[in-house]
Write a protein that binds this ligand. Structure first.
Ligand code: ADP
Length: 540
């Protein structure tokens, strides 16, 4: 069978994916005729005016690619190509014209673009919600942003606000792409949804189900909603957080016969899940703020109470200090006279009773004066009036001087004071007078309250800290009393036999603290007590 070139070409065109034709175009008259067409070309050619399309293209010598939109919705892509065939002695030019159905490809691309848009909308609305501290402020903007990127025409968020047994919602957001669409009917917010005939919707929503409803498929009692909103399609998605029903995200579409695709439904549902998180976060924040403000006012109230109490205490304390200082001062002058004159009065040795009475006056007066002096000392410490006089000295020298002063008291009880100076002789910069006062008090107590043969009086350095301890082997002090005895007017087992005011240790502790140190006590009942005065080498 003889095969000419045209038959071969025609056969090869049948294998093409596109509808292909070969045209012969007269360059001068711009007339064209089809030389060859494959079968696909014949089927695609229907539904649009091929002839006028080609006439226009050829007249304009426009051989560029062009899309053809057919009335049935098909999209064709057209393109031209040229080739020459040697005929008789010269080359003849032919034109290849192809049309290809790209509807599916085009739809796919549109879908991808649309999905991308949608996702951008979701992302930007979520970003708005994250940035806004309060959902009430951020929600309208965020939902409008979402709406703008979707196929929907209006969006709303209904916050679930049940009143007693009524199912009610509050319209938190109601945004539309255009104001020509009506807002949600007021009843949606002001009435029980059961009374509105929307019980079916409530049931479904509370069961975590999405409602995707068109006007035709709505029940008769639900139709009013579509009439009033003028919507054709309704989408209601429950907003939940940990199974708790918080509200409803809703969308309306006004174009008829455009149901929402399944995959888009999934995206709307995802957005609604996010909404649950944000609404819950907002509720939590409101709750926290409520607690915070109650707590703040409570703290304020308590602070005011405390300030008042503190002021009252300070006033009372000042009054006490002033009274005691005044009284002590007033008492000291006449007392000094009583003591002085009782020394001067001469009573004959024969008058034993007179001498005894005079002695009572003298010792009683001296005791009173000591007490008054101690109270005055305490007042000074408590009011911070005490003045420190710094000198530099060797602590062992001070200990020895103190020992001399206390010796008569120890001798009177037949007690020995065993002094141990520090192994290393070092200077101390402090107030020697105040230290001596403390040591005299500690030594005098040790003598007063114990009856053993001796007392240990040690002085030693521990790097920059000095410890002077007074240890007796007397009755000891119970753990409970160890703290108490440093408080003013505390006297243990006060049976009146041992003289004292109960002020010495509190004065001593006050002085030690003022000198940058403190007094520590270790004691055990029946074993004795060890009072340690700890001082820094230098007062900071
Ligand atoms: P005062 O000796 O004037 O009563 P202090 O404040 O010096 O006051 O002492 C308070 C109380 O602590 C004393 O009344 C005494 O009961 C108890 N106390 C002090 N030193 C000793 C001690 N070395 N051993 C046992 N008890 C002591």
């Amino acid at each position: 069978m003889p095969l000419d070139a045209w038959s071969l070409l025609k056969a090869s065109l049948e294998g093409d994916e596109s509808g292909t034709s070969i045209l012969s175009i007269d360059k001068t008259t711009k007339k064209f005729e089809f030389i060859l067409r494959n079968k696909l070309f014949d089927t695609l050619e229907f539904g649009f005016d091929l002839n006028s399309f080609l006439t226009k293209k050829i007249e304009n010598s426009d051989y560029s690619r062009e899309l053809i939109y057919k009335t049935d919705g098909t999209i064709l892509e057209s393109h031209f190509g040229k080739f020459t065939v040697p005929e008789e002695s010269k080359n003849k030019e032919y034109t290849k014209f192809c049309i290809k159905d790209i509807t599916a490809k085009q739809r796919q691309e549109e879908d991808i673009a649309w999905r991308l848009r949608f996702e951008i909308g979701v992302a930007s609305s979520i970003q708005i919600l994250i940035q806004q501290p309060s959902i009430r402020e951020g929600l309208p903007h965020a939902l409008y942003q979402l709406l703008y990127f979707t196929e929907m025409d209006s969006i709303f968020y209904l916050k679930y606000e049940p009143i007693e047994s009524q199912t009610r919602f509050q319209i938190w957001v109601n945004e539309r792409k255009s104001t020509k669409y009506p807002l949600l009917p007021k009843e949606c917010q002001n009435s029980d949804w059961y009374e509105l005939g929307l019980s079916r919707w409530v049931h479904k929503l509370k069961k975590e189900k999405t409602i995707h409803l068109t006007k035709e498929r709505a029940l008769a009692r639900e139709k009013w909603f579509f009439d009033q909103t003028q919507a054709e399609t309704l989408l209601l998605i429950p907003v939940l957080f940990e199974n708790q029903f918080l509200g409803v995200m809703g969308f309306l579409k006004y174009k008829p016969n455009t149901p929402i695709k399944q995959e888009n439904l999934l995206i709307y549902q995802t957005v609604s899940r996010w909404m649950g998180l944000f609404v819950q976060r907002d509720l939590d924040l409101t709750e926290i703020n409520r607690y915070k403000s109650t707590l703040e006012s409570l703290v304020l109230e308590r602070t005011l109470d405390l300030t008042k109490t503190k002021e009252e205490l300070e006033r009372a304390y000042r009054a006490k200090t002033e009274f005691l200082a005044h009284m002590s001062h007033e008492l000291r002058t006449p007392l000094n006279s009583i003591i002085g004159f009782s020394k001067l009065i001469q009573i004959p040795d024969s008058d034993k009773t007179g001498k005894e009475y005079l002695n009572y006056i003298y010792t009683g007066g001296t005791r009173l004066l000591n007490m008054i002096n101690e109270i005055l000392g305490l007042m000074k410490i408590e009011s911070g009036q005490i003045k420190i006089q710094l000198t530099t000295f060797k602590p062992e020298d001070l200990c020895r001087q103190t020992l001399e002063l206390i010796q008569p008291q120890a001798n009177a009880k037949g007690m020995d004071i065993r002094f141990k100076p520090p192994s290393q002789s070092k200077n101390l910069t402090s107030d020697s007078g105040k230290i001596q006062q403390i040591l005299l008090n500690l030594l005098s107590n040790a003598i007063k309250y114990s009856n053993q043969a001796y007392i240990e009086f040690d002085c030693h350095w521990d790097s920059d800290n000095l410890t002077i301890s007074v240890r007796d082997f007397g009755p000891g002090i119970s753990e409970e009393d160890q703290n108490r005895i440093f408080h003013t007017f505390t006297r243990l087992n006060d049976d009146g036999n041992i003289e004292g005011t109960g002020l010495g240790l509190s004065i001593s502790q006050g002085l030690a603290v003022r000198l940058g140190g403190h007094i520590e006590l270790t004691s055990q009942i029946g074993q004795g007590s060890n009072f340690k005065l700890k001082l820094p080498e230098l007062i900071k």
